[in-house]
Design a protein around this ligand. Sequence first.
Ligand SMILES: [Zn+2]
Ligand SMILES: [Zn+2]
Length: 484
Amino acid sequence: MAPGTVIVRALQAALLAGLLCAAPGSRAGGQASVLAAIDAYAPRMGEVADALWHNAEPGYLEQRSSALLQRELREAGFSIEPGVAGMPTAFVARAGNGHGPVIALLAEMDALPGMGQAAVPGHSPLHGQPGHACGHNLFGAGTVAAARAVARWLHDSGRPGEIRVYGTPAEEGGSGKVYMVRAGLFDDVDAVLHWHPADRNSAAQSGSMANVNGRFRFAGLASHASIAPERGRSALDGVEAMNHMANLMREHVPVDARIHYTISDGGGAPNVVPASAEVWYYVRHPDPDVVRGVFERVQNAAEGAAMGTGTRVAYTPLGGVYSLLPNDTLGRVLDSALRASGVAAPDADAVSFARSIQQTLAQPPALETLTAIADYGIDGVSHASTDVGDVSWTVPTAGLSTATWAPGTPAHSWQATAASGHALGHAGTRTAARAMALAAIELVGKPDVLKQAREELDRRRGEHFDYRPLLERDTPPLDYRATR
Ligand SMILES: [Zn+2]
Ligand SMILES: [Zn+2]
């Protein structure tokens, strides 16, 4: 398909519907102007995405990435509050005209350790280096593009309203957004929109998995493993006994629960009884209360294992997030915006890149998925987790996925890293920016829709909802990636 075909088709449809023939200050004129602003910024958006991709900074270490996103926003007239909620790389950027609705867009930016890969359609790892295997470089750049266009529209139209960008670090296991929610930074926000790189275009809303993760460090007594094993107490035995109990527990937890671990320190040498060993656990389930209960049992298993092996155990909580609470009212606004703005079709080079990537995937869906828009729905539950969850229980929130990766590509794969550093990723990012910007200006002008979205949130949370974060830390684990 020729570049831009789908956008052209969407614009033709809009013209036929009389949407874009209106005066600049009108709703349709506003839509045309924000889409034009995003398209004009698209080359720079690609540069920003690539800069983040090349810098690939893991959670809480996103200094250069955060600074670049802030710079792009400052240049577009945003005022920036950096270092919020005790996180040096978090920020809130604001633009607009006071006393109107506050629409917030989320911007993630962290990379994954060890996932470095060249932007080529074959496995070409950059050994030991972090990489954007979840496409958060695109996430940050696309959100900034949308926000700049909305800020310009607010400025030109004089409409009351505020557009905000929340620069949210350490999504991958660091729960950055939860600290921002706890600090009350979302309390005066009317709606939150976000997006995520994916292998398809969809504004369908779904739930997700709440989770808790943390490390259990066992302490024993070192001794010669052959000459004097009776004088030693193996910290690794503590880890193994705990894991055995957790594995038995799998039969006796709700069926949707997930328990996974890695032994992050198994001792040094087999001829030394390990004095120190560590295991890192995750527990997930769609219901935050189930996660709380199962994790408590895992903690009990750790205590039991320590007692039985003559070791001691110390628990360090790392992260905890709620499930996503979908919002149908906002989801439908995003879906309409996606259909109205159309899919920014990738160019021939990007399509050929996607085709080559697909040859490395087992049974990928049709390549045409790149430019299709999935049906809208709200009933599914994704097995992923995200710290957007806590935001979604606090403010009406909806998200979008766009095709930045070859159809069939899973997140956290080398194929995702490669596409996130390629024009293929840029095309999907442009689709996301266009849809989010249209949805944002739609919401600024529709206080009744914002009210409905808030009522839906209240209904879904239930009458007696009391937000108790799953996160058990007072301060963010700013070094959780530094030591990996
Ligand atoms: Zn991820
Ligand atoms: Zn992600």
